[in-house]
Design a protein around this ligand. Structure first.
Ligand code: PLP
Length: 438
């Protein structure tokens, strides 16, 4: 689909052509291709603060922030400086380093984990957490929720089977049935479904994994007490509760989603996965949790897990610097900017007569173009109008705002989203809302 634009896109279009000749779909992660919204994906040349510059010289306020990681904004001078110093000392040693220890200490000080193991992507983190949960419990079944994304782990790329509490079917070609037949997929925010699955598979469930607050079907906050209920139900049944904070960790709040419910309600997950912000824009991720569970991991215990670039000194330096700079003031700033933008988005859509729901958890939020009253699970999220969102997205892009090119994503802000960036968004919203209406 080609869309009219008054902005130059020839350089992006030419690169996309070349990219498609050497890379499937021209991109290295599917959503970047703009397939859901149509048009030419913008190839980015550089970024600074809240702004992206593409290869045609267009500037955009970035509301993706690399899908979450860039909490401080792009090219933060102190992160750049620490990374440059680290690069000068060499880029990878395959031996332990001090930044790994410091980053693990920083994470353990802010999240409910006693031990941390670094990996290079959120996918590896969830994959490893599940292996560990199975190794620790000696059980095999994994429970997840529809609409929660945990990376492209075979057993988690699963869709719900024909009924509740039945085993799942592969969500993509290439995943054998044998990889998903030990996965059960349930509707999110549904306590009865959780109780039913534990009743139907006594002694078999190794873990329940959930996004701490789903952000991959748009932001769907857990209903009050839901995470605590999950933790308690897992404990009562001898299963582990794995809270996936790859997106929400150090983002939804200083203490992640857990800082918004667990720390207040007094429960702790058994295992937590992290990624995005803790890598400061580099490939770093982690999983951590209870000391007795983590001690089952090699070389302390028998559950194997490893990685050539795990705990890479550049990535851990970037992550450590980012977390140390992520003060309460940073979260207060991002929270206030998020509040301004989501209120303006709701007002603009109301004025244009476009049905919508704006939902948030901490500093994360998303805008659903739907007429349901609230989005509490994947079925609700699926009522979003893709054509309306595509029109909305392109009008924002045309007016210099880079939104997620998919209707089912969170919008991300950073400490660098200042008045100029926010007012660019506010100016664009009424036009985009009218485009969505037509
Ligand atoms: N878990 C969650 C909640 C995510 O949002 C993502 C990625 O978006 C992942 C896991 C996978 O992380 P990665 O893309 O680093 O493999």
């Amino acid at each position: 689909m080609t869309r009219p634009t008054t902005r130059p896109t020839a350089a992006s279009a030419a690169l996309f052509e070349r990219a498609r000749a050497v890379t499937p779909g021209g991109v290295n992660s599917p959503v970047r291709a703009f397939n859901a919204v149509g048009g030419t994906p913008r190839f980015i040349r550089s970024a600074a603060g809240a702004w992206l510059t593409d290869v045609d010289g267009n500037e955009y306020v970035d509301l993706i922030c690399s899908w979450g990681p860039m909490l401080l904004g792009h090219a933060h001078p102190e992160v750049q400086a620490r990374v440059a110093e680290a690069v000068a000392r060499g880029t990878s040693y395959g031996a332990p380093t001090e930044p790994e220890v410091e980053l693990a200490e920083e994470i353990a000080a802010r999240a409910p984990v006693e031990r941390v193991r670094f990996v290079s992507s959120g996918t590896e983190a969830t994959m490893s957490a599940i292996r560990l949960a199975r190794g620790f419990t000696g059980r095999d079944v994994v429970v997840k929720f529809a609409g929660c994304y945990h990376g492209h782990v075979d057993s988690l790329l699963a869709s719900a089977g024909s009924g509740l509490a039945t085993f799942a079917v592969p969500g993509t070609p290439g995943v054998p049935t044998s990889s998903t037949e030990l996965t059960v997929v349930l509707p999110y925010n549904d306590r009865a479904a959780v109780e039913k699955v534990f009743a139907e598979h006594p002694g078999r469930i190794a873990c329940l994994i959930t996004e701490a607050a789903p952000g991959n079907m748009g932001v769907v906050p857990p209903e009050p007490g839901f995470n605590e209920f999950l933790a308690a139900t897992c404990r009562a049944n001898g299963a582990l509760f794995v809270s996936d904070e790859v997106m929400t960790g150090f983002r939804a709040s200083r203490f992640g989603q857990w800082g918004l419910d667990g720390a207040l309600e007094g429960w702790r997950p058994d295992l937590v996965t992290f990624g995005k912000v803790m890598g400061g824009g580099f490939p770093a991720a982690a999983f951590g949790g209870r000391a007795d569970v983590m001690s089952r991991l090699a070389p302390e215990g028998p559950v194997y897990q490893a990685g050539t670039l795990s705990g890479n000194p550049i990535a851990t330096t970037a992550g450590l610097t980012t977390l140390r700079l992520a003060t309460d003031e940073v979260y207060a700033h991002i929270g206030a900017a998020a509040e301004t933008i989501r209120t303006a988005a709701a007002d603009a859509l109301t004025a244009a007569g476009v049905a919508h729901v704006v939902q948030s958890t901490g500093t994360m939020f998303s805008v659903f173009l739907t007429d349901v009253a609230a989005v509490r699970d994947f079925d609700d999220a699926s009522t979003t109008s893709a054509p309306a969102y595509a029109a909305f997205f392109h009008e924002m892009l045309e007016r210099g705002v880079y939104l997620p090119p998919s209707a089912y994503e969170a919008w991300f802000l950073s400490a660098a989203h200042d008045d100029r960036a926010v007012s660019t968004v506010l100016d664009a919203l009424p036009h985009a809302a009218r485009a969505a209406a037509s």
